[in-house]
Ligand binder design. Sequence first.
Ligand code: AMP
Ligand code: ZN
Length: 114
Amino acid sequence: MNMSDPGCIFCKIVSRDITTEFVAETSNTLAFRDIAPLADVHLLVIPKQHHRDVLELAKNAPSILGELMNTAANLANTYTNGSFKLQFNTGAEAGQTVCHAHAHVLADNVKDAS
Ligand code: AMP
Ligand code: ZN
C-alpha cells in the first residue's frame, strides 16, 4: 500500500514540505490549526499515512484511527471546555476537499487557561 501521495497537501505537511503550526504529534498522527477556521477552536488531526478518508483508515489501519481519536481527545481536553464537535467529512458531496483522512475538532468555546 502506498503510504504517501506526492500530490496530497496533507502528505506535504507530514513531510514538512508545507509548514504549518503543529499543536500535537504522536507516532502515527499529527495535529495542526485549520488554515481557514470555522470556529473559535478549529484543529485538524491526521494520520501520517495517506488514507483517502476515515473509512479507508478504519479498514486499513484501525489502530491508527484509535490513536487519532486519542490525539483528538487530548486536544479537546487542552483547547476546549469539553464540549466540541469531531467531524470527518467523507466524500466530495459531504464537503471533503482534502482526500487524506482527517478529523476536524471544532468548538465555539476556548478553555480558560487561567
Ligand atoms: P475538508 O473540507 O473536510 O476536506 O477539510 C479540509 C480542511 O483543510 C479545510 O478546513 C481547509 O481549510 C484545511 N486546510 C487546507 N489546507 C491547509 C493547510 N495548508 N493548513 C491547514 N489547514 C488546511
Ligand atoms: Zn496524503
